[in-house]
Design a protein around this ligand. Structure first.
Ligand code: BEZ
Length: 245
């Protein structure tokens, strides 16, 4: 997946803002070493660094890591499925990134290796039911074209029971976990959301049909997501605090 840091910041910068209270849950002490897993353009990582923690960000996107480094952050390109750190961090934070990692047990094994015993893992990701109306609209418009939604689907949205079981199996104690809805206004419009987050689907559609495809997805999603003159994306978050044993 290629990210455009400019449109990410301009159109969906709210993603990092909504994750900001994860920092309070992590409660880093000055000098603690913290990893931001899936740091994107580093907006949240920079807020974390302001606490006095020693922060590193990793992300699989070279474009996003370049944007994070441009903020003066320590950041490197790394696939969350293959973290290379060994007992390096006192804590780890992850916002709106884990649902792009479709092999969660590999991710959690790497998080466990990267943390010191007692290290905290605080994260928020898309959970069960996340962007259901968007997915339904995409599935319907793709079905009509004979395209396979599931084959293109890059997202993993677990419920609390499933993710708790995975955390425990990977060697964590789960202090808190909850699934909650957070319908989120999308000021830049539905199309802009699709253009930032939907390329895996859009790329399946022949170039000459893409505008019609996006019109159709938007029309299908509108009854569920457009109200009071604004678009609301039907986000459902899974948020947890876990401790490495
Ligand atoms: C999310 O943050 O839940 C999300 C973002 C982009 C695509 C799908 C889900």
């Amino acid at each position: 997946m290629h990210w455009n840091p400019e449109s990410y910041e301009r159109d969906v910068g709210f993603v990092s803002d909504l994750g900001a209270d994860l920092i309070g849950l992590l409660a880093p002490e000055p000098g603690e070493r913290i990893l931001d897993l899936g740091c994107g353009d580093g907006r949240l990582t920079a807020q974390l660094a302001e606490t006095g923690a020693v922060v590193t960000g990793v992300d699989s996107s070279a474009e996003q890591i370049a944007a994070a480094r441009a903020r003066g952050l320590d950041a490197e390109v790394m696939d969350g499925h293959a973290l290379t750190f060994e007992a390096t961090f006192d804590g780890m934070i992850s916002n709106a990134a884990l649902h792009w990692m479709t092999e969660p047990d590999r991710v959690l094994a790497g998080v466990h290796r990267a943390l010191r015993p007692g290290g905290r893992f605080v994260a928020e990701m898309g959970g069960a039911g996340n962007v259901a109306a968007v997915r339904d609209a995409l599935r319907a418009a793709m079905d009509r074209r004979g395209l396979d939604f599931e084959a293109a689907n890059p997202w993993y949205f677990p419920d609390a029971a499933e993710y708790s079981a995975r955390l425990e199996a990977a060697g964590f104690e789960v202090s808190a976990i909850k699934l909650f809805g957070r319908p989120t206004p999308m000021e830049a419009g539905f199309r802009a959301w699709m253009e930032v987050f939907g390329p895996r689907f859009i790329d399946q559609v022949p170039a000459g049909d893409r505008a019609a495809f996006l019109d159709e997805v938007e029309a299908l999603a509108r009854p569920a997501l457009w109200r009071d003159g604004a678009w609301f994306i039907d986000y459902v978050r899974l948020r947890f605090v876990a401790v490495r044993t």
